[in-house]
Design a protein around this ligand. Structure first.
Ligand code: FES
Ligand code: FES
Length: 216
């Protein structure tokens, strides 16, 4: 047996392993991912999700992030790509009620799940209360981080309401609403324009706790 035969067999085994790795999503066709050479063939996967209340079905390279599925395949460009490394929070969306960095997760991992992006929270004619509050309190300047900030903020209020503690929670039996809690929980959302005080005021206002913290 020649080394050429061995390497050909190894290649066939490798291809079979790749196909077996994605059975849950059904391999529907062999294709070439955009930007890849014909020699780099990839099995495509089908994934179904509910995005902003609408059922969508996509055929994707299984390596596609949720962020790229939203932006490049569904043209939901409200969700931003900042770092693509899980460091800035610009890509934050809400999946099954929890906020996540969509650049850090593969779309195929969310089969059957419910995804909410900034487009699903409100529209220009019917803003979500958090969107309204960001406008009222100037919670942005360039606006690039804003969709992620707003998705995060909406989920933060739900987390506090549900009594989920953070790293700064003193009493695990009672999660108090405070600026310290908000700052800690929003710390994964970076704002290059440093609109942080206005963002906190907006979240407080949307929560019904008043825009300014009571210092008394
Ligand atoms: Fe996802 Fe920065 S783009 S965290
Ligand atoms: Fe410009 Fe936040 S408003 S980065």
């Amino acid at each position: 047996m020649t080394s050429e035969n061995i390497s050909r067999r190894g290649l066939l085994h490798g291809s079979a392993a790749l196909v077996a790795a994605v059975p849950a999503f059904g391999v529907v066709q062999a294709g070439v991912a955009p930007g890849h050479k014909a020699s780099e063939r990839t099995s495509m996967a089908s994934v179904g999700m509910t995005i902003n209340g609408q059922d969508v079905h996509l055929q994707l390279d299984p390596r596609t992030t949720l962020l790229d599925a939203l932006r490049e395949h569904l043209h939901l460009t409200g969700t931003k790509k900042g770092c693509d490394h899980g460091q800035c929070g610009a890509c934050t969306v809400i999946v099954e009620g929890r906020r996540i960095n969509s650049c850090l997760t593969l779309a195929v991992m969310h089969e059957g799940e419910e995804v909410t992006t900034i487009e699903g929270l409100g529209t220009p004619d019917k803003l979500h209360p958090m969107q309204k509050a960001f406008i009222v309190h100037d919670g942005y300047q360039c606006g690039y981080c804003t969709p992620g900030q707003i998705c995060s903020a909406v989920a933060v209020l739900d987390e506090i309401e549900a009594g989920i503690p953070s790293h700064v929670t003193d009493d695990l039996d009672h999660v108090a609403f405070s600026d310290v809690e908000l700052r800690e929980r929003m710390s994964g959302n970076i704002c290059r324009c440093a609109a942080y005080p206005n963002i906190i005021a907006a979240i407080r206002d949307a929560s019904g706790h008043g825009a300014a913290e009571d210092k008394a």
